[in-house]
Structures are given as structure tokens and as C-alpha cells.
Design a binder for this molecule. Structure first.
Ligand code: OGA
Ligand code: MN
Length: 191
């Protein structure tokens, strides 16, 4: 089962790509449930110095919650099942999942960063689900994940239904400039 492949990969290499995590119809329903008027320029930095900086990241985001409709609720329930499986098999003690939708307009990118530098936050596992049906080679917007020595490890096209998992503190990553609107849902399992 795919869940076993995920659990295996997390203990051996620390990352995993799960294609077709959600069906095209689920993806379409999630997109339809995103509240357009709540989208805001993504912010970077710490509580005391939160700011927008399009030179670092150019996406618009909105935090997701189950009140946004059945499609979002279904995604959150599926992520909770994954959380419980990771806790049972790997004793990870993950307590919560936080997640936001991201839209990168044409030309936007997200510079190389680490989601939990020096392991100082509660973010243990990063997930990114892609929502782009009809993605073409040349559209840009690939996710590049680096190893601890900063060598590129994987380059992923943001194709609909694909979900990537990696240990938040271990893998720097970046979103290359996109040539067309690019949508994803980033999430973090917290301990
Ligand atoms: C993030 C992030 C990657 C992506 O939101 O922290 O790295 O592919 N997103 O959207
Ligand atoms: Mn990130």
C-alpha cells in the first residue's frame, strides 16, 4: 500500500512523492472551495517582523479550515489519517496539521528556504499537494528539493494530484519562477 511506501521512505531517505494522492474531481472541488476574497500576499519572517517580500516569495495564500466545505474537510481528514499512521508506525508524536492554499501568479517564485531552520519550530513534516491540471513542460514552477550539502535532489513538476512529503528541518527547497498561474496546498505536521 502507498501509505507503507510513505512510511518506509520517511525513515530511509526522509522524503516521498505520492502521485494521485487525490482524484481530479477532488482537486476540482478543492479549487472551487477556496475563498478568493481571503487570499493575501504570503508573509515571511517571525512574528515580530512579519512582512511581504516579493523578492523572496510571490504567492498569495489562505489558511484552510473544515468550514470551507466538504472538499477541504475531506482533504483534512485524509491528512489526519496520514498523521495517525505516521504516529503509529514511526512514533512521531505529531499533534496537529496546519495548511494553506497558495497561488503563484505568472512570474512568481519562492526562493530557496528551509521550513524549520535549526529545528526551532513545531514543524516536523512538510507536505505540498499540487492542483494544476494540464500542466505542460515549460510552464516552470518546479519544486526543487536540496540535500543537506545543498545538492539538488529532486525537481518536481507541480502536476495535479501529486503530493510531496519531506522532513521540514532537513530539506531546503525552492519554487522556480512560474510561467503560468500555479496552485498548491502546503501543509505542516506539528509535534
Ligand atoms: C512553502 C513551499 C512549495 C510549493 O509554502 O513553504 O515551499 O511547491 N511551497 O508550493
Ligand atoms: Mn517551504
Amino acid at each position: 500500500m502507498t501509505i507503507d511506501k510513505l512510511l518506509d521512505a520517511l525513515t530511509t531517505c526522509g522524503w516521498y512523492v505520492w502521485d494521485d494522492f487525490l482524484s481530479s474531481s477532488s482537486i476540482a472541488e478543492i479549487k472551487a472551495a477556496i475563498p478568493e476574497d481571503a487570499l493575501q500576499a504570503a508573509r515571511i519572517g517571525h512574528q515580530s517582523s512579519l512582512h511581504n517580500n516579493k523578492n523572496v516569495r510571490g504567492d498569495l495564500t489562505v489558511w484552510l479550515d473544515p468550514d470551507m466545505g466538504e472538499a477541504i474537510e475531506h482533504y483534512l481528514m485524509k491528512m489526519d489519517a496520514v498523521r495517525l499512521a505516521m504516529n503509529a508506525a514511526l512514533y512521531m508524536g505529531l499533534k496537529e496539521f496546519e495548511t494553506h492554499f497558495c497561488r503563484y501568479p505568472k512570474g512568481a517564485f519562492y526562493q530557496k528556504h528551509n521550513d524549520n531552520p535549526r529545528a526551532q519550530s513545531r514543524r516536523k513534516i512538510t507536505t505540498v499537494l499540487y492542483l494544476n491540471e494540464d500542466w505542460q513542460a515549460g510552464d516552470g514552477g518546479e519544486l526543487v528539493v536540496y540535500d543537506q550539502q545543498d545538492n539538488p535532489l529532486i525537481t518536481l513538476e507541480p502536476v495535479a494530484g501529486r503530493m510531496v512529503f519531506f522532513l521540514s528541518e532537513a530539506f531546503p527547497h525552492e519554487v522556480l519562477p512560474t510561467q503560468t498561474t500555479r496552485e498548491s496546498i502546503a501543509g505542516w505536521f506539528l509535534n
